[in-house]
Design a protein. Structure first.
Length: 181
C-alpha cells in the first residue's frame, strides 16, 4: 500500500476511485492536457476520469507498477488540484498535471520533489527518466531546478500534436547528493 506524502503546503494521497469527480473537474482543460501523451482522449469524455482510474491507474497501482497521488493543499484537503505519478516504464518514470488556477506557484515542484524522494528513497530505483514535450517550458523548468539533465530528444505525439520530445534524467546518486533522505 503506497503512503500519503506531505510537503510544506501539500498532501499527496494515493488515488482512489473516489477521486474521479475531482479529476473530472480539474483535468479537462486545454492548459492541462495540451502537452500530455496523445493517448489522452480529447475532447475529454464525461466519464474519462472514472475510466482512467478503473482501467489504468488503480490496476497498475495494485500490480506495483505505478504509484499515483492526488495533489491537495493542506489548507483545503478536500479539493483535488492535480495528480503526480511514478511509473516503472522505460524512459517514463514521472508525470504530473495541475489545475490551471494552481500553476505557477511552485506547487508542482514540491509535489515532484516528494515523489522523486519516494522513487529513490523508498523504491530504491537507480535512475529516473522523464519525457516532456519540448515546448512545455514550465515542466522543463521543474526538471532543470531539480538537477535533471537532458539526455536526448526524439519525436512524440501529444494531445496538441507532434513535437520534439525531450528525455530528462537524474541518477539516485545525483538526487541524494542534494536531497539526503
Amino acid at each position: 500500500m503506497q503512503p500519503s506524502l506531505f510537503t510544506e503546503r501539500l498532501i499527496l494521497r494515493p488515488l482512489t476511485l473516489d477521486d474521479a469527480e475531482g479529476i473530472q473537474q480539474q483535468f479537462p482543460h486545454w492548459d492541462v492536457v495540451r502537452y500530455l501523451n496523445a493517448l489522452v482522449p480529447w475532447p475529454y469524455p464525461a466519464d474519462g476520469a472514472r475510466t482512467y482510474l478503473q482501467e489504468v491507474a488503480l490496476p497498475a497501482m495494485a500490480r506495483g507498477e505505478e504509484w499515483h497521488w492526488s495533489i491537495r493543499l493542506k489548507s483545503a484537503p478536500g479539493q483535488l488540484i492535480g495528480n503526480v505519478s511514478l511509473m516503472d516504464e522505460v524512459d517514463n518514470n514521472r508525470g504530473f498535471w495541475l489545475g490551471p488556477q494552481w500553476q505557477g506557484q511552485g506547487l508542482m515542484s514540491e509535489a515532484s520533489a516528494a515523489v522523486t524522494d519516494y522513487w529513490f528513497g523508498v523504491l530504491k530505483r537507480p535512475v529516473m527518466r522523464v519525457p516532456k514535450a519540448a515546448p512545455n517550458l514550465g515542466s522543463r523548468r521543474i526538471s532543470e531546478r531539480t538537477g535533471m539533465r537532458l539526455i536526448r530528444t526524439d519525436v512524440g505525439d501529444f494531445v496538441e500534436g507532434t513535437f520534439p520530445r525531450d528525455i530528462w534524467e537524474m541518477t539516485r546518486k545525483e538526487w541524494l547528493a542534494t536531497h539526503p533522505l
